[in-house]
Design a protein around this ligand. Structure first.
Ligand SMILES: NC(=O)CC[C@H](N)C(=O)O
Length: 394
């Protein structure tokens, strides 16, 4: 029999799951969330929006196609920890360059396997997301990696989870935004668009470049004057980690540029637009994370199966003067999934049209953005605004 090194997952509500160590040996703490994607573990791990979170994958077998450099969504994994019913030690895929465990060890991702992930996910669904600690026995007891944690030791980790700072109310984007601006090399010379980087996924940059955009990625704290000095044809607000409410500098930038440039926001970018317009966001019980979220496009009536990763949502009714109109809603819980400004060529979605991982049903949004840019005459009344029911008069 193979002896496995012990590990625990201790939650702030006092629950302790006992399993086995995987990845980098150590201890980690974060907000425990779940993702229902069946594939795409590497894209999920390297999505900077997961900064501060420990991700449980509901699919019970993770790692069997290894890891490849092409599938990075950023420069490194940002998840604080990873949980699976069973990680695969073996991998088989012609693209793979290393195993998932070697990748985790290289980047210090502390993980646990062998726990009842169905029970954990049911707990998160009924009680909401909680903070948790993954602790490897070999880290604290190098001489006895195979022994059990004592109840007293387990309580220490429960307490550590309780003491950990909440994601709520904190700026998590500072750790993930680019330090310096950079241009993304494109073969096509198209429309220059400034991408505000709150933790941008690489595939978003690629999708924008594909439709004829020349992306210039700038740090989150770039000012409106600095952005306008780049003489852009459009503005893009990226995805990113944590609570959107404390990012007041970003709300201000988005507010000052509203209407001056065709603007597209994804996920955190969408939330920033809602806050910039004077609205509010709220924390969802357990969020939407996975590749199978049904969203209805209210303009076409079509249903899109979408890729998602968010824990906060925009309260559309809180936006004053009906400045934004709903364009997409989630069919599971009715929450807002997309909106467009009633006057200006500004639109956003809460989900991830770039997929990676996930379905490509919503790729048309990138085409829509370039159409908005092409149609923009410095004034108002571009295609999406005209299509909106109940828009404000211009
Ligand atoms: N993917 C994202 O941009 C996530 C946005 C935000 N951090 C949330 O959890 O709601």
């Amino acid at each position: 029999m193979i002896r496995k090194e012990r590990a625990i997952l201790a939650l702030e509500d006092g629950t302790v799951y006992r399993g086995y160590a995987f990845g980098h040996r150590g201890e980690t703490v974060g907000e425990v969330v779940f993702n229902t994607s069946m594939t795409g573990y590497q894209e999920i791990m390297t999505d900077p929006s997961y900064n501060g979170q420990i991700v449980t994958i509901t699919y019970p077998h993770v790692g069997n196609y290894g890891v490849a450099i092409y599938d990075m969504e950023s420069n490194k994994p940002y998840v604080r920890g990873f949980i699976s019913r069973e990680f695969s030690g073996e991998y088989s895929n012609h693209r793979a360059q290393q195993s998932l465990e070697a990748f985790m060890q290289q980047y210090g991702v502390v993980s646990i396997q062998g726990i009842d992930t169905r029970a954990l996910v049911r707990r998160l669904r009924t009680g909401g997301v909680v903070k948790g600690v993954i602790a490897h026995r070999s880290y604290t007891h190098p001489e006895d990696a195979y022994g059990e944690f004592t109840p007293a030791e387990e309580q220490v980790y429960v307490q550590r989870a309780r003491d950990h700072q909440d994601i709520d109310g904190h700026d998590m984007t500072r750790e993930v935004t680019t330090a310096l601006p950079y241009a993304f090399p494109t073969l096509r010379h198209g429309k220059r668009v400034v991408l505000m980087d709150f933790g941008i996924k690489h595939t978003i940059i690629e999708r924008l470049a594909e439709v004829g955009i020349e992306p210039i990625v700038v740090p989150a704290h770039t000012t409106p004057a600095q952005i306008m000095a780049l003489q852009p044809h459009g503005l893009f607000l990226s995805n990113g980690p944590g609570d959107p409410a404390p990012l007041e500098y970003a709300h201000k930038t988005a507010w000052e540029l509203m209407g001056l440039l065709p603007t597209f926001g994804i996920c955190l970018g969408h939330q920033i637009l809602g806050l910039a317009a004077g609205g509010q966001t709220f924390k969802m019980k357990f969020g939407h994370r996975g590749g199978n979220q049904p969203v209805k496009n209210l303009l076409t009536g079509n249903v899109e199966i979408t890729s998602q990763n968010h824990g906060y949502a925009v309260d559309l009714d809180s936006i004053p003067n009906g400045a934004f109109v709903a364009t997409h809603i989630n069919l599971n819980d009715g929450t807002l999934e997309g909106m467009a400004h009633a006057r200006y060529p500004v639109f956003s979605v809460q989900y991830h049209p770039e997929a990676s991982p996930g379905p490509h049903d919503s790729r048309y949004l990138f085409d829509r953005f370039i159409e908005e840019i092409d149609a923009f005459d410095g004034g108002t009344g571009t295609p999406i605004a005209k299509a909106l029911p109940g828009r404000l008069g211009v």
